[in-house]
Design a protein around this ligand. Structure first.
Ligand SMILES: *Cc1c(COP(=O)(O)O)cnc(C)c1O
Length: 369
């Protein structure tokens, strides 16, 4: 008996194998980036799989995400990568969650809040080597490190930076960023302030800039078998972990010249067989007109008219054998045919990162492997 009308299938064996591949290629321990609900794949299950594959750390962007993992019983090193405000300092210290400090004021406030709670907080120093987002720039790097080391209730555990153009292997700026980071690290080393764990490389830079791997790598997109960019594809041996599926729930013959769906953005040319696929923009399918296709019975067919919140209409004239209950694939393989997250990204004018993180929480996630 079928249960879900639409769902995601996530192959945890693929995630474990991708992590092992990253460890082999880089020769470094992996900090698995599981922010954004593990790029839509489900943070708790992916975190467990990552740890089983040997990932030493888990990284998220917010304390809210870190707390979900701890509440699910996930232990071990866990880093929150974007600024955490002092109201969360005591919780972080209590639960062994490491935070990033990116400017002196926040470092002082976190130290004060942890101290007031009678706790110690582990922190990673964030340096801006050229991304020009978060972090302390080279000229203030040493003073910043001295300050943070001097603050009671903080324990400096790591140092990090982030690359702006790691997914452009030809861009010279990543080499410049690596050079700036190395100068900062040398200055810290010379004063005995180099933290034990230095990390910088996301997926693309870990794969394309071996000099960027330092003590650990910090990959996200590649864990899921998704390409960092068309310019920085994954090497052989990675495989995508996620499929998005649905079941055909309606199939009708509609008379020629009929408007279909909201605002009649599609009109039948002749008598047409139109099906309903029960997944829509609230699940993460974009409302861009004429951009979507799905697989059914191993064939690619078009989504027609407006994407609704919970469903879309599909044109089934080319699939006479289609029947209610048939499996529909929005991302993944069916027979010889395949639609990749990268194909949706191209059709929508965005990246596969946004496609994957846009998969809504309400979609059932079914794990295998
Ligand atoms: C998201 C993120 C990563 C992972 O990036 P990918 O390109 O997905 O590998 C690493 N570091 C930081 C700071 C990030 O925000």
């Amino acid at each position: 008996m079928f249960k879900h009308s639409t769902w995601l299938e996530i192959d945890l064996a693929a995630i474990r194998s991708n992590i092992r591949r990253l460890q082999e290629i880089s020769g470094k321990p992996v900090m698995a980036v599981v922010k954004g609900n593990a790029y839509g794949h489900g943070a708790v299950e992916v975190s467990r799989a990552a740890q089983a594959a040997g990932a030493r750390w888990l990284c998220v962007s917010r304390m809210e995400e870190a707390l979900i993992l701890r509440k699910a019983g996930i232990e071990g090193p866990l880093l929150v990568m974007t600024p955490t405000l002092p109201g969360f300092a005591a919780d972080a210290a209590e639960m062994g969650i490491s935070l990033v400090v990116h400017e002196p004021g926040l470092a002082k406030e976190l130290a004060a809040a942890a101290g007031a709670a009678g706790k110690n907080l582990a922190v990673h120093l964030k340096f801006d080597t050229g991304m020009h987002r978060l972090g302390v720039q080279e000229q203030e790097a040493l003073d910043f490190a001295r300050l943070v080391y001097s603050l009671p209730s903080l324990r400096v555990e790591g140092a990090m930076t982030h690359f702006a153009r790691g997914d452009e292997p030809e861009a010279p700026t990543t080499h410049l960023q690596i050079a700036v980071f190395k100068r900062i690290l040398s200055a810290l080393e010379a004063t005995g302030l180099r933290p034990p764990l230095v990390h910088a490389a996301n997926s693309a830079s870990a794969l394309y800039f071996p000099a960027a791997t330092f003590d650990m790598i910090r990959p996200g997109i590649s864990l899921y078998g998704l390409h960092p960019d068309a310019l920085a594809p994954l090497p052989e041996g990675f495989r995508p972990a996620l499929s998005w599926k649905a079941r055909l729930v309606s199939l009708k013959t509609i008379a020629a010249g009929s408007g279909v769906g909201y605002n009649y953005r599609y009109t039948t040319a002749g008598t047409e067989r139109i099906g309903v696929c029960p997944t829509g923009y609230a699940d993460g399918l974009r409302r861009k007109l004429n951009s979507n296709q799905v697989l059914i019975r191993g064939k690619k067919v078009s989504v027609i008219g407006s994407v609704c919140m919970d469903q879309v209409m599909i044109q089934l004239d080319s699939v006479p054998e289609a029947a209610i209950g048939d499996e529909i694939v929005l991302i993944g393989r069916q027979g010889e045919a395949e639609i990749r997250a990268e194909d949706l990204a191209a059709a929508w004018g965005t990246s596969n990162y946004e496609v994957a993180t846009g998969l809504d929480h309400r979609l059932a996630r079914i794990y295998s492997g």
